[in-house]
Design a protein around this ligand. Structure first.
Ligand code: HEM
Ligand SMILES: [Cu+2]
Length: 570
């Protein structure tokens, strides 16, 4: 028996490198998170309030973009290699995308952190959403552009691996993990076009002073065109682990391979045409377009509910294999002492809660109540901050041994760590959600307005602040434990078989399902049509109102694009 690192030493090296970058970003980003949580609740202030935006930008970019996406780059490389059972076609290309995206991420991080040192005359306090009118140093945008191009090349690398596998296996179904990687990347190519245009055509020339103005609404819309699908770019690696690793850890097998494929195809089709649901309060977009975005968003519930069903069914199957019985008492037969299992299961549980607050965000009228309040970070610390981040940490406890050939330093500490994250997040996100309902704003160093009282119907604002501060502190401690455990694992002595890395076949395999599911060209074509339907009119309207490079329009707007297009046609 051999493990991944023995079979694919070159690939294992790249995956380890991506994880090092990912975890470094996690450590620094979590430290920034702790500073914020203590600063805005007023318990400990080690920075000036004027530096809050710098720290917040560092937190958002390092965690939501660098930590998650580098983990994805490593995980997908591992998944493609092991599921196609062949090395990457050209390991130099693999290192090339690693180098490019790492350099880009470092550039962006340097531009942000430089903001803390006034003598450096460089800053990027533009938050992880980085749209105009906030402006960053060119290095920040250039770094982002390199990072994104790096992910494009990584996708090309995986498609090349697939192509060479396909020429040897013309009639086989695409292995499930590779199928997940390819559909995710197709979605990524489609959606990153928006942010790439925004950064390269508008923000970079603007930050260099080559153009005077930009149309802020246009850069916002191009950002959110990408900003919703990026959510699935965070989630898909977690889904990949829930579908293909979690059932095995639970002691069973994936319930249905075809259902998993359907879910990934649905995400490819539905994630991009909904981004306008982040812009319900933008005055320059007509209500009708917002309404369409809301309807499309509700369809996205379907793949999420299918996932909940499939993953829970697979866990139940595992529990019954281990002797579990009864309607619910099978839950007790799950391997709760395994940190990888427990971390992922708790992450999934939190995701359900995040799904509920997400539905509230998605509703056009309820959104007006919670928009730009602390409710919103409360929501996404459940989704990306727990469903994704905790799954990645938990998954590492199973992955890192295969990538290093060494056993995990401490399972009890690992178990404690994942539970600590769960508890910390219960506190912090409960505090944030409720604070949001009181109207306490997000992205604010000092939300304690003069002569203004936030009054709670249950509990008190002080109680919410304490919850956020305690929760944030527990989360930071959890990250520190995680990093130490992984670091110490890397210097253990190598052993023959550090972890059981085999993955059992699904209960219901791909063979019985329609071949059309594997027709990636067809799904991509439909996805493109849906994007054109959802975005051509709003974009035409935004440009005709405000100009490509900005000029003041008239607000509020009605569906002028319709008149505009009718005018062109007639
Ligand atoms: C140690 C763990 C963490 C702590 C203590 C923490 C704390 C916070 C706090 C207090 C805020 C709100 C700041 C404000 O609006 O004024 C925030 C925002 C945010 N957090 Fe975290 N967080 C943690 C982990 C994470 C993780 C793991 C992710 C994503 C993977 C994440 C992503 C974000 C993002 C995207 C924002 C919004 C930034 C913005 O508004 O531009 N956080 N965090
Ligand atoms: Cu969204």
């Amino acid at each position: 028996m051999s493990t991944f690192v023995d079979r694919y030493p070159d690939e294992a090296r790249v995956v380890r490198a991506t994880l090092v970058v990912s975890f470094a970003a996690l450590g620094i980003g979590a430290f920034f998170g702790l500073i914020q949580a203590l600063h805005r609740t007023g318990y400990l202030r080690i920075i000036d309030s004027t530096d809050y935006y710098t720290v917040l930008t560092g937190h958002g970019v390092l965690l939501a973009l660098v930590f998650t996406i580098f983990f994805l780059l490593g995980l997908f490389t591992w998944a493609v290699t092991r599921s196609l059972e062949r090395p990457m076609p050209n390991i130099r290309l693999t290192w090339a995308w690693f180098g490019l995206s790492t350099t880009g991420a470092v550039f962006a991080a340097v531009a942000i952190v430089a903001g803390l040192f006034p003598s450096l005359d460089m800053s990027a306090d533009v938050l992880y959403t980085f749209y105009a009118p906030l402006q960053a140093h060119p290095l920040f945008y250039i770094g982002l552009a390199m990072f994104i191009v790096g992910t494009w090349i990584a996708g090309a690398d995986w498609f090349l691996a697939y192509r060479s596998w396909r020429s040897d296996n013309p009639d086989e179904r695409i292995p499930l993990q590779t199928f997940m990687v390819l559909t995710t990347m197709l979605m990524w190519y489609l959606s990153t076009i928006g942010v790439a245009v925004s950064v390269v055509v508008f923000l970079i020339p603007w930050s260099f002073g080559l153009i005077e103005t930009v149309n802020p609404l246009l850069t916002r819309t191009l950002f959110w065109y990408f900003g919703h699908p990026v959510v699935y770019f965070w989630l898909m690696p977690a889904y990949l682990m829930w579908y293909t690793i979690l059932p095995k850890l639970a002691g069973g097998r994936l319930f249905s391979d075809p259902l998993a494929r359907v879910v990934f195809v649905l995400f490819l089709l539905l994630s991009t045409p909904v981004g306008i649901h982040h812009q319900y309060l933008d005055p320059g977009i007509a209500e009708g377009f917002k309404f369409i975005a809301m309807t499309n968003t509700m369809f996205l519930l379907l793949p999420s509910l299918l996932t909940a069903f499939t993953v829970v069914a697979s866990m139940e199957h595992g529990a019954r294999q281990r002797g579990g019985e009864g309607y619910l008492s099978w839950l007790g037969s799950l391997p709760w002492r395994d940190p990888a299992f427990t971390g992922m299961a708790l992450a999934g549980l939190m995701f359900a809660a995040g799904g509920f607050s997400g539905m509230i965000n998605a509703g056009m009228n309820i959104n007006y109540l919670v928009h730009n309040t602390l409710w919103v970070p409360g929501h996404f610390h459940l989704t990306v901050g727990t469903a994704v981040a905790l799954t990645m940490m938990a998954g590492s406890y199973w992955l890192v041994p295969q990538l290093t050939g060494r056993r995990l330093y401490s399972r009890p500490i690992a178990l404690f760590q994942v539970v600590l994250w769960f508890i910390g997040m219960v506190f912090m996100s409960n505090g944030m959600h409720r604070a949001g309902l009181l109207g306490i704003p997000r992205r604010t160093a000092e939300p304690q307005y003069q002569s203004f009282d936030f009054s709670a119907t249950i509990g008190s604002v002080t109680e919410l602040r304490i919850q956020m501060a305690i929760g944030g502190t527990l989360l930071f401690v959890s990250v520190v434990l995680f990093l130490f455990n992984v670091l110490l694992s890397a210097i253990e002595d190598p052993i023959e078989m550090p972890v059981d890395d085999s993955l059992p076949a699904p209960l219901s395999g791909a063979d019985g399902s329609p071949v059309v599911l594997d027709n990636l060209r067809l799904w991509t074509a439909i996805a493109i049509v849906l994007v054109i339907l959802a975005y051509s009119l709003p974009l035409a309207s935004i440009v005709s109102d405000g100009g490509l490079f900005g000029e003041s329009g008239t607000f509020p707007v009605f569906i002028e694009a319709v008149y505009w297009i009718v005018g062109v046609v007639v």
